[in-house]
Ligand binder design. Structure first.
Ligand SMILES: Nc1ncnc2c1ncn2[C@@H]1O[C@H](COP(=O)(O)OP(=O)(O)O)[C@@H](O)[C@H]1O
Ligand SMILES: [Mg+2]
Length: 430
């Protein structure tokens, strides 16, 4: 900056009173583009390329180093898990043989998960590795591991840095045409079942674990479908009320006069099932799902409340219990499915017979292993896994789908109401 003598007319043309000092910026010449000589360009390009190469070399060196560390960790962890068996040798002493060895390792990095390819020695099964999942993950310093058989005698061990189900899953999930998407599994794959392969289902989980939201996500996909007729009983009036009145009165909401109304709708549904079975086309033991004969989806929201309100008893089954057992036992041929939402699939809320028929099973967070064992063959570590997970995370199993951990898509109630009532178009999967 320069101080100029006065008087002076500034650039904007205003006369400045005498005796006032004005600071004006020094005139700045427009930048003249510097011509880079050809030699300079060649040299700086070479420097940049060298920098890139040395970065890449560093990353490769770092990866190789991490992979070696990972192999060492794998060996000590499988030893600690007692895989293989001890072999006595007069020269080397006691060594372990039959250990799963690493043939290739990609260590997890800040920007990606890692994996190992290991040998599967004879006598060792993937289920043996599964049993030690927790110990292997903590020994390898990762959040979780999963196993995929690769060829006859190798296994790919996927190493995850963080819980892939930590993030909310948005609705709807992309699923093949004619499929219903249940959620996203730990490998980031959409778990879906074809409509005609749906079975009776139980969803259980403690209060606030995500059952109703899971049901919004499922029923939201069926809104407007001519192939599915959503019926059922909903004491809460939340899940089924947005569907409005059923043309034949087969959606009952609320708790007034519960025993009679619940019994009446189930009696109608059983009569409809019998009629459907009587009219089965010749040489056909299962009614095809068409717009004329849609899949009857009988949703029982809060089945514990339905049981209590309708006089459930294990010694003297109520009318509602008897009708539900008929639906569970015979409805498959008539293309009817019962979906039960209950806090705990115990024999005080659902009969053992009905529970056994419901072969699609979803368990959201439960407080004890006994609850999970109502539906799945699991251990106490599974309870911790669920309770430590965010709402909407569940274990699911179905015919052709071994037990897996999923996160249901999140559809808030207001949007569910809009989607079901048709006031907004059903969202399309991204
Ligand atoms: N899949 C999900 N993703 C994100 N948040 C969820 C999910 N499911 C449930 N929640 C959260 O948990 C709360 C309780 O869920 P809700 O379905 O009402 O549980 P439940 O029916 O088992 O009592 C919801 O209001 C929502 O905030
Ligand atoms: Mg609920």
């Amino acid at each position: 900056m320069t101080t100029l003598p006065l008087p002076l007319v500034p650039a904007d043309g205003v006369l400045v009173p005498k005796g006032v000092l004005v600071r004006v910026p020094r005139a700045v010449a427009p930048p003249v583009p510097r011509r880079r000589s050809r030699l300079r360009e060649i040299v700086s390009g070479a420097v940049e390329r060298r920098q890139e190469r040395s970065d890449a070399e560093f990353v490769a060196w770092f990866d190789a180093r991490q992979a070696v560390d990972l192999k060492v960790r794998w060996r000590s962890t499988v030893e600690a898990c007692n895989f293989g068996r001890a072999s006595h040798n007069s020269i080397t002493g006691v060594t372990r043989v039959g250990m799963p060895h690493v043939v290739h390792a990609e260590a997890p990095r800040f920007d990606r998960d890692g994996y190992l390819i290991i040998t599967l020695p004879s006598g060792l099964l993937v289920s043996d590795l599964e049993e030690e999942r927790e110990a292997l993950a903590s020994g390898l310093g990762v959040h979780s591991v999963s196993f995929v058989r690769s060829g006859a005698d190798h296994v790919r061990v996927d190493l995850r840095r963080a819980d892939p189900l930590e993030r909310t899953v948005s609705f709807p999930l992309p699923a093949p045409a004619g499929h219903l998407a249940f959620g996203l599994n730990e490998a980031g794959v959409v778990v879906s079942r074809p409509l005609d392969a749906l079975t009776h289902m139980i969803m259980q989980g403690s209060n606030g674990s995500g059952k109703s939201t899971g049901a919004y996500g499922l029923l939201g996909q069926l809104a407007g479908s001519p192939y599915v007729d959503v019926c059922g009983i909903d004491p809460t009036s939340l899940l089924l009320a947005p569907w409005g009145d059923h043309p034949r009165g087969w959606r009952v909401c609320g708790t007034e006069d519960a025993a009679a109304r619940y019994g009446a709708v189930l009696a109608d549904l059983v009569a409809d099932m019998d009629a459907r079975i009587r009219t089965l086309p010749p040489r056909c033991d299962k009614l095809p799902i068409t717009p004329e004969t849609p899949l009857r989806l009988i949703v029982l929201e809060e089945a514990g409340a339905i049981a209590r309100l309708s006089g459930y008893s294990t010694s003297k089954p109520s009318a509602v219990q008897r009708l539900l057992s008929r639906l569970h036992g015979e409805a498959r041929k008539a293309s009817c499915r019962v979906w039960t939402l209950v806090q705990r699939a115990e024999s005080g809320s659902i009969s053992t017979f009905d529970r056994d028929q419901a072969v699609t099973r979803i368990s959201y967070a439960a407080n004890d292993v006994a609850t999970l064992r109502m539906l799945h063959d699991v251990g106490p570590e599974h309870v911790t896994e669920l309770t430590a997970s965010p709402a909407g995370t569940a274990f699911m199993e179905a015919p052709g789908l071994p037990l897996c951990r999923i996160r249901s898509p999140f559809l808030d109630y207001a949007t569910y109401c809009d989607v079901v009532s048709g006031s907004i178009p059903r969202p399309v999967a991204a």
